[in-house]
Design a protein around this ligand. Structure first.
Ligand SMILES: [Zn+2]
Length: 385
């Protein structure tokens, strides 16, 4: 039997607390009488709705296996992520079917995987083919929505697709959106070149989210109207934002959060398989040749401007919100935990000894989000050395 305890300050109440563990399982939570200034922060486990892979491994992979899925899931522990959505971007039907079926089966078979992910995010293939909105999704696999294909993919995924990102720029897409929403799946607008009328029709049909608003967009658009203003103004839509310091300028993050309110904004990492990899040049199965710079920026090799995706964890976004967007700690944490959890109906257990509570103990030092301990379902799954 190993007893240990961690002193921390609650992210919301700011109360100092001591959490005790017996063999890695929470056995006591008590107020702390006296405390130092430099306590860790205790927050709910982070929830990331967009994870494409980690540690050199993409979910979209013809060679994906249960073992590889488990590796990605366990690697998320060190970033304080306790629940995430494996995300599948635009690909052939065969590859999507294989990748999603593999992950869905893995969730069914292994508790360690089911404890970390329950819902899949299908991002594409029903998106805009235009350069800019399409982002890095391969043009040859972009296609209009097809109910038959979607149903086949959902059945390969054992019904676990919980978020579908699509562009509403196709004819009759309203009917498709309504059927998807009626089946209990969140429809999110993303990678779109849609008109104002098409955005409005998508909302009427039941779309409730915007995927990484401000990214997956044209480099140059008409000042107004355009699909970014339309989505900012729509109270029906909760938007996800990539606040990794590279994907959106601070002014954009600040303005979107102020206009929509923090309640209608969540953070995502949109991390690729290059997440968790040290700086250097790589060839990725999913996105080809890439380079990770010293500051974590993931680019096309040999230059620093053209982004090739994201490689920084969701905790980095909390630091961005605190240090450059002027939000308080409770709000920033909410946008990376309880906010996204609500969208996928993931229940965060109360902070009690016998509850399956998800927690992260962290500190922010020199602008970095440093995870000290991650607790998944009341049990320590990661501790920094
Ligand atoms: Zn995207």
């Amino acid at each position: 039997m190993t007893l240990s305890s961690i002193q921390a300050r609650h992210y919301n109440t700011t109360e100092p607390i001591v959490v005790s563990f017996d063999d890695g399982v929470i056995c006591d939570i008590s107020p702390l009488e006296s405390s130092s200034e430099n306590l860790l922060v205790l927050a709910p486990g982070l929830v990331d709705l967009q994870v494409n892979g980690y540690g050199g491994q993409e979910f979209n992979d013809p060679e994906l296996s249960t073992e590889k899925v488990l590796q990605i899931c366990l690697a998320m522990d060190r970033d304080g992520v306790t629940e995430f959505c494996p995300t599948f971007t635009t690909q052939s039907f065969e590859l999507l079917q294989h990748s999603m079926a593999t992950v869905a089966q893995a969730i069914e078979e292994q508790a360690d995987i089911a404890d970390r992910c329950t819902v899949l995010h299908l991002e594409g293939p029903y998106i805009s083919g235009e350069d800019g909105p399409r982002g890095a999704h391969p043009l040859e696999h972009v296609r209009p929505p097809c109910w038959d294909e979607y149903q086949k993919l959902q059945s390969a995924a054992l019904g676990k697709i919980g978020i579908l990102t699509l562009s509403p720029e196709f004819p009759d897409v309203g009917q498709f959106i309504k059927r998807v929403v009626d089946s209990g799946v969140v429809v999110s607008i993303g990678h779109t070149a849609a008109s104002s009328d098409q955005i409005a029709a998508a909302i009427d049909a039941g779309a409730t989210m915007s995927t990484h608003l401000g990214n997956g967009a044209h480099g140059t658009i008409r000042r107004h109207p355009n699909y970014i203003w339309d989505q900012i103004a729509a109270d029906e839509l909760t938007c996800s934002l990539i606040a990794d310091g590279h994907h959106l300028p601070t002014a954009v993050i600040k303005s979107i959060i102020r206009a929509k309110s923090p309640e209608r904004c969540v953070l995502v990492s949109d991390i690729t398989g290059m997440g968790g990899m040290p700086p250097g040049k790589y060839t990725s199965t999913g996105i080809g040749d890439v380079e990770i710079l010293e500051n974590g920026r993931l680019v096309v090799p040999g230059q620093s401007q053209l982004l090739a995706g994201a490689a920084l964890p969701i905790g980095t976004g909390i630091v961005t919100l605190l240090e450059t967007a002027g939000l308080d700690l409770a709000t920033a944490v909410h946008m990376a935990s309880s906010g996204p959890a609500k969208l996928i109906k993931h229940e965060l257990a109360p902070l009690e000894v016998d509850a399956p509570v998800d927690l992260v103990f962290f500190q922010i030092r020199n602008g970095k989000f440093e995870v000290h301990t991650t607790v998944n379902r009341g049990r320590i799954v990661y501790q920094s050395s």
